[in-house]
Design a binder for this molecule. Structure first.
Ligand code: ATP
Length: 783
């Protein structure tokens, strides 16, 4: 046996020993779970036996409450511990299958012994030898594995910087306890392991990359200091992956004070949520909160308006080119996305400090109780220097007081007596009990019948007034919509402003809020009513950040004042510029320079060398994108003649791709309407799924998907349904085309009915193959 074989045998022995210890530890936890289950069942069963219930007087009620609370806390605590043990078992199962993926031999300066550190998805401590057999990949010392080649190395420990020498770096692939590959590597993380990982097939769910995190990705993951971390990275450079491992890192590093509930990820669409849902659980962590910006807006806006869906706006922008009103709408979107518009709103709010607020009458049974004018007078009577939101609060308090006064007066009105006839038994019973209680407390004698009538009258009025109090609490006496509408009676320097105003007002009058108005309207409303900030969230992640406008960034910053922000994007994938300024470039201006860090990722991991060489030619600065050296076929452009031809061509191409072993194949269309068309053309020939905006779970297979829903996701093979000049001919469509092409991992086919898109035509011809589809079919058959 040679030295290397001996070394591998030693490694396998160690892996076996570690696996045996993990199995033993898992069995011990299983035992604890079993005992705890019995314990929990018993607490549940005897819950009320151990609680003393006595409701005779206030003291006894207090004691009863405390006793119930203690008992339920005991139960909660047991259940929490049980959950923890359960999660640990799951993690140990995974660890048993693959206990570690890396090893470093590190000698600290001043020490005589080299430490062998094995790195895996979580730590494993052996009680017998009192040592860590596996270190968590997020432990301080593990960063050496990701950051250094052999030689001098250092890491940040909680008690300061530790320097030393890295003597060995080894990588393993272990499956079901068997070491299938071992590599020693001099560089940071060797390419061999990456080759193995990236050569695999796309999954319906994103995977964790902890075994092969690259140095520059590690900078993103472990960044502790910045308030704003901007990651600008090429398509497939691992931005989303780094973001998710960063969440796992933060949960580990700050586990005492940070939980998954304190982290929020804004994702591009609901489908993406399901695509990334497995990464954190795979690492033994809970998923962070996830939402889309649209969902967040809707939740805050309530039902005041019919809010346009972001994807409907997108569909309009992509399909209505040249239609009347199109340019005005685009100019409107552009202006309403800008910080200039935010300043305009702030200027308007300044004016409203002095005059101009619009309130509505508070009516009761068709009568005006408190007129809008008296609310107006009260509001401005509070002084012109007091902030608007503060005055709104005072007005609301005043209104509640006024309502109480009217409520008392109302009791004597004749309608109350009439309504009393229709009360049910329960109401009578309630009033009888109230009167009896009063009697017991006061020991006064009074006329029971008369008092009961009074109580009943008060009940009736209270019930009728309840919605009024609710409205006052929710500031429904403010006509925010009309106020926002008046903004469009002002002057602004935006192109096409008059027409924008006309269109906006028409929509508002129809009760519709265009998507570009949603964030500004909410911002305005929040400024008036008092910003509902979210201080629970401590870390906000924004993926696909190039699609956010400067306005939206500034708004997000305001909503989460205590939060750090990680912004990940690629300006080359801006599928639709929301204005002249790209948010990703403006976001830095919202924070101070010293609290901001920017990291650029240029290496692309998703696609083969051939696909990256082809796609990077389409964009400015593309030459800086470094492909990972994984070889594949050149992209293929397929010339087709008509719809029939397209359908035949795509069906045959896909059958060929499936025969090659590809499982996730996407037919990417430009829009949802083109996707429907494609689906109808193809559904008799292939078993495929149509993905629409409502789709929330992502599955493997053949899918037909609109461009903007494919964002952030990847497929083994991509077929562009129509890559002709007609479909992707405008300069504004360049980045969209680049985005769809870069979804492919192994194979890229572009069908073109008629003249091919200039973005392909401009690309050097040696970077792709061009065929008619029949040639393509025959050339594949003859292979
Ligand atoms: N260090 C790594 N090790 C292994 N795989 C990696 C690594 N970094 C990225 N990948 C893989 O590359 C692919 C692209 O990663 P990811 O989706 O995170 O990139 P992205 O920059 O967010 O892409 P895009 O902007 O195009 O949506 C994924 O399959 C991911 O697993």
């Amino acid at each position: 046996m040679g030295n290397w074989e001996k070394e591998i045998a030693t490694e396998q022995n160690r892996a076996n020993e570690v696996a045996a210890k993990i199995t033993k530890a898992a069995a011990a936890i299983q035992q604890v779970i079993g005992n705890a289950n019995t314990d929990i069942k018993s607490i549940r069963k005897h819950f009320w036996d151990d609680v003393t219930v006595n409701l005779d007087n206030a003291d006894e009620i207090g004691e009863t409450y405390t006793s119930i609370k203690q008992q339920s806390e005991l139960l909660n605590e047991r259940e929490r511990r049980q959950n923890h043990s359960f999660n640990r078992i799951q993690l140990l199962k995974r660890l048993n299958n693959s206990p570690y993926f890396g090893r470093i031999d590190f000698i600290e300066h001043g020490e005589s012994e080299t430490e062998k550190i094995y790195i895996g998805i979580c730590s494993f401590y052996d009680e017998e030898t009192e040592s860590f057999l596996v270190y968590d990949w997020r432990a301080p010392i593990s960063s050496v594995y990701y950051d250094y080649p052999l030689g001098p190395a250092a890491y940040e420990a909680p008690y300061g910087k530790i320097s030393g020498t890295l003597e060995l770096k080894r990588q393993y692939i272990i499956r079901n306890g068997e070491i299938t590959s071992v590599f020693d590597t001099g560089v940071t993380i060797g390419d061999e392991l990456l080759q193995e990982v990236l050569g695999g097939q796309a999954d319906s769910q994103m995977k964790s990359i902890v075994a092969t995190i690259q140095k520059e990705q590690n900078l993103i993951i472990r960044n502790d200091k910045s308030r704003l971390l901007i990651v600008q990275g090429a398509a497939g450079s691992g931005k989303t992956s780094a973001a998710l491992q960063r969440v796992a890192y933060l949960l580990y590093r700050y586990r005492v004070k940070l939980t998954a509930d304190n982290i929020l990820l804004f994702s591009p669409n609901p489908l993406f949520n399901s695509y990334v849902a497995n990464v954190l659980p795979e690492l033994g962590e809970e998923n962070m909160q996830q939402t889309t910006f649209q969902q967040y807006l809707l939740q805050m806006l309530g039902r005041e308006f019919d809010v346009e869906d972001a994807f409907i706006q997108m569909e309009y922008v992509l399909t209505a080119v040249g239609q009347p009103g199109y340019d005005t709408r685009l100019n409107g979107i552009s202006f309403k996305s800008s910080l200039e518009f935010m300043e305009m709103i702030e200027g308007y709010l300044e004016e409203l400090m002095k005059s101009g607020m619009i309130f509505t009458d508070i009516k009761f049974l068709g009568r005006v109780l408190i007129s809008s004018q008296s609310i107006y007078d009260y509001f401005y009577g509070l002084g012109a220097t007091r902030p608007i939101s503060n005055r709104m609060k005072l007005v609301s308090e005043w209104l509640r007081k006024e309502l109480r006064r009217y409520e008392r007066q109302e009791v004597k009105k004749s309608w109350v007596e009439e309504e009393m006839q229709y009360l049910d038994k329960e109401d009578y019973l309630k009033s009888y009990q109230k009167v009896s209680n009063e009697k017991r407390m006061k020991e006064d004698t009074f006329d029971d019948i008369e008092r009961e009538q009074e109580v009943l009258a008060a009940f009736i009025v209270k019930r009728r007034f309840r919605p009024l109090y609710k409205k006052v609490k929710e500031f429904a006496f403010l006509d925010a919509a009309e106020l926002y509408r008046r903004l469009f009676e002002k002057e602004a320097s935006a192109a096409d402003w008059k027409k924008i105003c006309h269109e906006t007002i028409a929509n508002l009058d129809d009760g519709e809020l265009l998507y570009e108005d949603a964030a500004p309207f909410l911002f305005f409303k929040e400024q008036v009513e008092g910003f509902k900030t979210n201080t629970l969230i401590r870390h906000v992640f924004i993926d696909e950040a190039q699609d956010y406008s400067p306005f939206q960034f500034a708004f997000i910053k305001k909503i989460f004042p205590r939060s750090k922000l990680t912004v990940l994007g690629d300006s080359n994938q801006t599928i639709f510029a929301q204005g002249n300024e790209v948010g990703l470039e403006v976001v830095a201006s919202l924070f101070m320079e010293e609290e901001t860090e920017k990291i650029t990722l240029t290496r692309s991991y998703r696609s083969t060398l051939q696909i990256v060489e082809f796609t990077r030619k389409m964009i400015e600065g593309g030459d800086e994108i470094e492909p990972f050296n994984r070889k594949g076929n050149k992209p293929v452009v397929l010339q087709v003649n008509d719809e029939q031809d397209t359908a035949d061509c795509i069906a045959e191409t896909i059958k060929g791709l499936q025969a090659q072993g590809h499982h996730t194949i996407a037919i990417i269309c430009k829009t949802a309407s083109e996707s429907r068309e494609a689906y109808l053309e193809l559904k008799e020939r292939l078993s495929l799924k149509l993905i629409g905006t409502g789709k929330t779970d992502y599955e493997a297979g053949i899918v037909v998907i609109p461009s903007y829903l494919a964002k952030g996701i990847e497929f083994d093979a991509v077929v562009i349904y129509d890559g002709s000049k007609k479909s992707y001919g405008l300069e504004s469509e360049r980045r969209l085309f680049y985005t769809v092409c870069t979804r492919a991992m192994h194979e890229l086919y572009i069908c073109s009915k008629g003249e091919i898109s200039p973005f392909v035509a401009e690309t050097p011809a040696n970077l792709y193959e061009q065929r008619t589809w029949k040639e393509s079919f025959h050339s594949r058959k003859s292979k």
